[in-house]
Design a binder for this molecule. Sequence first.
Ligand code: NAD
Length: 255
Amino acid sequence: MSGQDVFATWRLDGRTALVTGASSGLGRHFAGLLARAGASVVLAARRTDRLEALRAEITAAGGQASAIALDVTDAGSIASAFDDVVPDILVNNAGIAHAGKAMDMAAEDWEAVIDTNLTGAFLVAQAAARKMAGRGRGGSIVNIASITGFRVANQLAAYAASKAGLVHLTKALALEWARHGIRVNALCPGYIVTEINRDFFTTEVGEALVRRIPQRRIGLEQDLDGALLLLASDAGAYITGAALAVDGGHLVSSL
Ligand code: NAD
């Protein structure tokens, strides 16, 4: 046996990982996971008081975490969030959805989704990449997109468009920033149960949706762990510009 220890490449000791939208759902889960992998985690959310319990939880488990205020739709907030932080890893997780008929959609609802999911993700990636390039040891950016970046769902026009944009943006940034040693990839979850959608999947419509997933089950937060760590760590050192679906086969469901 020769070469590097492949198992060691999954560890994130000595790395700093910034997670946006860390106060709830997947962001909260990703932050805990990255801390367990050894990273010092910077928890970012609009309201830092919502991050205190998570910060305490990570610290009590022997991990390292700090909390910063960050509104991804506010350029000033992004600039100050990166004042003192040079991340090795950015998880661009903050996102919102607007469900409703496209014909009835207000311009503000469209703009809010695009501003958060696409423009926000770009501006945060740009701020992180400038810091990573300035330090000169590269980094990894993981954009949390969605399977709606590839296929559409009813009454999710703005969300699907924003996530398709994010997948394409991922490729464009991967191309430009490879020369700085910065990898940019998209993680595209299928339907994952979190505290805000748990009840939906017990409804008739929710159960019907689950039956259309080839694996016939809804995703759990931990189903994303392997993919997130692969893209964030040196285990994925030669992966850039990829969009990895983790969806129980939902994207390949029968037409
Ligand atoms: P969530 O609503 O629990 O998490 C979204 C987080 O983003 C929240 O903490 C929210 O406060 C934060 N946020 C929203 N606007 C922000 C802003 N302007 N600045 C900073 N933070 C902001 O939902 P979630 O399911 O955990 O979603 C997390 C990400 O995963 C989103 O990008 C979502 O599109 C994506 N995703 C989720 C699923 C799923 O099934 N849960 C599937 C595919 C993709």
